[in-house]
Every structure is written in C-alpha cells, then in structure tokens.
Design a protein around this ligand. Structure first.
Ligand SMILES: [Zn+2]
Length: 315
C-alpha cells in the first residue's frame, strides 16, 4: 500500500506538470504556429515561419519554441503523468535488498560482503533511504533514461538532442517531481536505523525521520492522493471545453491535496518516532490501524484493509 500511495502521489504530480504545459488543450490553431521536425510547436510571427512550411524535417529556431504548447496533446500529457508515477515508485527500488533471493543473486553478482537484511538497515549508499532516496538520484536516473531513449529511438529520426530534451521537458520534470514527492512523504516516517532520508546525497546528512506517521496503513493519505490524481486527470481531459483556466484549477486541486495531507500527517494522536530499532513495532502498527479506522469509518477502513491484503507486495 505504501508504494501505491507514493505512485499515486507521483501520478498526481505528473498531472500537475502536464497541466502547466498546456492550459488550453489541443494544439494551438492559426497560421503562425507549426510543428517542427523534433515535435515541438513553433510559435512564430507568420512571416518568420516561411522556411518551416512544407518541410517535414524543419526545426524551430530556439527563440520561437513556445513552452506553453510543448505538451499540447493528450499523448504528451499521459506520458508526463506516467513519468510522474514512475518517479513516485522508483526510490523504493533500494528495498530490493529485502528480497529473499537477494544474497544468492544480486549480492553474489556484486560480491557484497553483507547480507541483504544488513544492507537494508545500514548506511551504505545503496541501503534503504540512501542514494536512491536523494535528489541526485532523481536527476541522474532521469538523465540516464532520457539519454538511452534518445540514443535508441530518436536519433534515427534525425532530431537534435536539444530539440528532444525540449520535447521531453514535461516528462522529465514530471519524473523528478514524482520522485521528490516520494522523498518528502518518507520524511514523515520514523527515523529508524537511517535517521530520515539522505536527500542531499552525497552529503551524509539525513533529513526527516520525524515519526509523524507509521510506515504502513496510511489509507487517508492514499485516498487523498487518489482523489487529487482523478480530479486532475478529469480537468486535463476536459480542459479544451473549459472557458476558465484549467491550469489554475489543477494547481488549486493539487495544493489542496498537499495541505490536506499535511494536516492529516500532523494530526496523528500517536508519536511514532524512534531511532535504531524498537520493541514497540506491534504497538505502533496497532495504533496506526486504530487511528485509520477512526478517520475513515468502519466501511471505508475495511475496504482499504481488504485492498491492502490483496496486494502481493509488502511495501
Ligand atoms: Zn521510500
């Protein structure tokens, strides 16, 4: 359930970014704008695009690319949202050290001298809440994915790397936003063995670890993230029929969701903070479930618990 909450938060962040890249929907009309060879939409004075008309491989001059219309199609919006979801889920890849076959496979391949369990709770750069829970990881992984995609798919179509980056700008920002939201959400969980999240890796400082919420069962946060995501997508789909600013509406919905989450996180009646290890694990878990039942009511809580049990992943 925890990973689903992070993914939904990332999807919502992606929807926010998609909304900011086009607040009208559909491609801009009028003779003054043309799509370039690398997919960006030129926003130029009519007289300045003569060289582009009729050319299938034309490129916008940098000064004529309109950032407002870079992401003007539903496909681009969907890609931006998906990138946000991927960014929201990816940081917990470092929990793979808990996998039962980690030592025999990955640990053996890299010749690691510590077991997966020790690595998970340790402070190695590849431990949980280490490098993969940092801003540097968000930027580096985005750079690797985008470079690989360019080399494999786009280069054959003769698009310049600069033009490709401009076209993928919404997805890149969506990915990094989803990734960072995951890190912020983790900061509210207990410090445990790490002391928070190593946000500014390679610095050794860990941020957060406040213990405002328990690791799991934060169904209220899940439902808020799901609600924000669904409303943002509906606005994105309907934006071309809207007379007022869809961008502002999406931003307002997202901001409301963030405020609501902050209120929920800060109003727990139990302090879950601990460092190192705790013998109150079951007590904390029980307290978290009890509070979720109080917040959501029996019906919604039982439905969420049923869904949680159906998930094949522990996270
Ligand atoms: Zn995490």
């Amino acid at each position: 359930m925890d990973i689903l909450t992070h993914t939904l938060s990332g999807l919502a962040a992606g929807a926010l970014v998609a909304g900011f890249y086009n607040n009208r929907g559909g491609e801009p009309k009028g003779p003054a704008r043309k799509r370039s060879g690398d997919g960006a939409v030129c926003d130029t004075p009519a007289g300045a695009i003569n060289g582009l008309i009729g050319s299938t491989n034309a490129r916008c001059s940098r000064r004529y690319i309109s950032s407002t219309y870079i992401c003007s199609t539903y496909t681009c919006s969907a890609a931006t949202i998906a990138a946000g979801g991927l960014g929201g889920a990816l940081p917990d890849i470092d929990a793979i050290s808990l996998w039962s076959r980690f030592d025999a496979t990955i640990g053996n391949f890299f010749g690691l001298s510590h077991s997966g369990t020790v690595i998970y709770s340790g402070k190695f750069w590849y431990s949980h809440h280490g490098f993969f829970h940092s801003l540097a990881a968000a930027l580096l992984i985005a750079a690797i994915i985008i470079s690989a995609d360019y080399l494999i798919r786009v280069r054959r179509r003769s698009a310049t790397f600069g033009g490709y980056i401009r076209r993928r700008q919404p997805a890149i920002i969506g990915f990094v936003s989803g990734f960072v939201i995951h890190l912020l959400e983790d900061m509210a969980t207990p410090a445990s063995a790490w002391g928070g999240v190593r946000f500014f890796w390679p610095l050794k400082t860990y941020l957060g670890g406040t213990g405002d919420i328990w690791w799991w069962n934060n169904y209220d946060i899940f439902l808020i993230a799901a609600g924000v995501f669904v409303v943002c997508v509906i606005v994105l789909v309907l934006r071309r029929f809207m007379r007022f600013g869809a961008k502002c509406l999406i931003a307002a919905v997202f901001a409301s969701g963030c405020i609501l989450c902050a209120v929920q996180i800060k109003s727990r009646d139990c302090d879950y903070a601990f460092t190192g290890h705790t013998d109150k694990y079951n007590t904390f878990e029980t307290a978290s479930k009890r509070q979720q039942r109080e917040i959501l009511g029996n019906k919604v809580y039982n439905a969420m618990e049923w869904l949680d049990r159906k998930l094949p992943i522990y996270f």
